[in-house]
Design a protein around this ligand. Structure first.
Ligand code: NDP
Length: 390
């Protein structure tokens, strides 16, 4: 029996993880679940899946949860940032699903890494903002890092088992990172400034949380994934090509020196990468329907257009600059996306704000966590101030 902790259990990835776990109750036991403020949803999860510990991000939400679950005497309810870190590093835990959205997921995910857990990484922002440090800690503490992002999980499946010895040495020439192009791949550019949050979060293929849905619409998601791929597979950004593939059936590919290109395919359902990482190296049932290629019938590919999606260019710029540029890019994006979702800014202002913040907040080459967090805060404050100033 493996004990699992889900950071971000109330979210889209959290729910898919609970679904996969419920199919394997003989192999996995749910030890802990965490959430931010969705108390009712958390109470429902606790009743249905019987974890031993439930953590809310703040004390007030924790006491509201406790009050709803007085009839579950064996459940321990905790609250606060420190508790999030403690539960992901708890001795009882074998596997941590890191599925909190945004930079706030960095500390509890790092805690799991430093406790040498098997870490299933959905929280790409953690790796984007502190990739060098993060990967260093993975190796120092012997953690097992498995990618959940469908693209990175696909790349992981297409790479040879000893890829950490070097991609070139293993004959890898390119990583082909696929993306659907989101809901606005063909929308006339003059309509971009009037795109609403409802339109932006309606992804054609995937059902996801609001932040990553907007990131997919601006294609910042692909930009963040480019950075994520560079850290996870130790590959320079110019060896990662972004390819648009509107059907989202191929989840990414690896090209080899003999001309072979290996692709991983499947229906767009996050339960596949979750089951893959949970069971690895074994294959376990995910609940996803088999892929019927005759029904899909066509797989199309297009070049990604950086004029249409300037966030792609900004992400490449950040990874080229290195250091805290990536934390600055990520922080500015989080603030801009939140402002867009609150209807404070237009869709097109997301990229403008990020570029402006990248031009004004000085980045530095550092591996010091406090300095990374400082630059993250500076970028947030600067972006917020720019929004307030109109
Ligand atoms: P959701 O918005 O659906 O869920 C986010 C989760 O994080 C919720 O459990 C939420 O709790 C929790 N959370 C939010 N803020 C805080 C906080 N301040 N402190 C503690 N917990 C917090 O996001 P997704 O599941 O869509 O995405 C999660 C991560 O996975 C993201 O990094 C995303 O990029 C990545 N990812 C997602 C994919 C998808 O298909 N959804 C695909 C690939 C990657 P509450 O519900 O209480 O607010």
């Amino acid at each position: 029996m493996k004990a699992v902790c889900i950071l971000g259990a109330t979210g889209s990835i959290g729910q898919s993880t609970l679904d996969v776990l419920s199919r394997h109750q003989d192999q996995y036991q749910l030890y802990a679940v965490t959430a931010n403020t969705q108390v009712d949803k958390m109470a429902e999860i606790c009743r249905r899946y019987s974890p031993q510990v439930a953590v809310m991000a703040d004390a007030e939400s924790a006491s509201l949860l406790q009050a709803q679950l007085t009839d579950l005497p064996h459940l321990q309810v905790l609250g606060g940032e420190q508790a999030l870190g403690e539960v992901s590093a708890a001795a009882e835990v074998d596997v941590v699903m890191a599925a909190i959205v945004g930079a706030v997921g960095l500390m509890p995910t790092l805690s799991a890494v430093r406790a040498g857990k098997r870490v299933l990484l959905a929280n790409k922002e953690a790796l984007v903002m502190a990739g060098h440090l993060f990967m260093h800690e993975v190796s120092k503490f012997n953690a097992e890092l498995l990618p959940i992002d469908s693209e990175h999980n696909a790349i992981f499946q297409c790479l040879p088992g000893n890829y950490p010895s070097g991609l070139k040495q293993n004959g890898v020439t390119k990583i082909l990172l696929t993306g659907s192009g989101g809901p606005f791949r063909e929308t006339p550019l003059e309509q971009f400034s009037s795109i609403t949050p409802e339109q932006a979060i309606a992804h054609p293929n995937w059902s996801m949380g609001p932040k990553i849905s907007v990131d997919s619409a601006t294609m910042m998601n692909k930009g963040l994934e480019l950075i994520e791929a560079c850290w996870l597979f130790d590959v320079p950004h110019y060896d990662v090509d972004i390819v648009l593939h509107p059907q989202s059936i191929i989840h990414s590919m690896v090209a080899y020196s003999d001309g072979s290109v290996l692709a991983q395919m499947g229906l767009p359902d996050m339960r596949t990468p979750i089951a893959n990482a949970l069971g690895w190296p074994d294959r376990i049932v995910s609940g996803v329907e088999p892929l019927d290629l005759v029904q899909v019938s066509q797989l199309n590919f297009e070049q990604a257009d950086e004029n249409r999606f300037p966030c792609l260019r900004l992400a490449r710029q950040a990874v080229e600059q290195g250091g805290t540029s990536m934390a600055i890019l990520n922080a500015a994006n989080e603030i801009a996306v939140q402002a867009f979702l609150q209807r404070d800014i237009a869709f097109t202002q997301i990229a403008e704000l990020i570029e402006n913040t990248m031009n004004h907040v000085q980045s530095r080459q550092t591996d010091n966590l406090q300095e990374i967090l400082q630059d993250d805060r500076k970028a947030r404050t600067y972006t917020q101030q720019t929004i307030l100033n109109g």
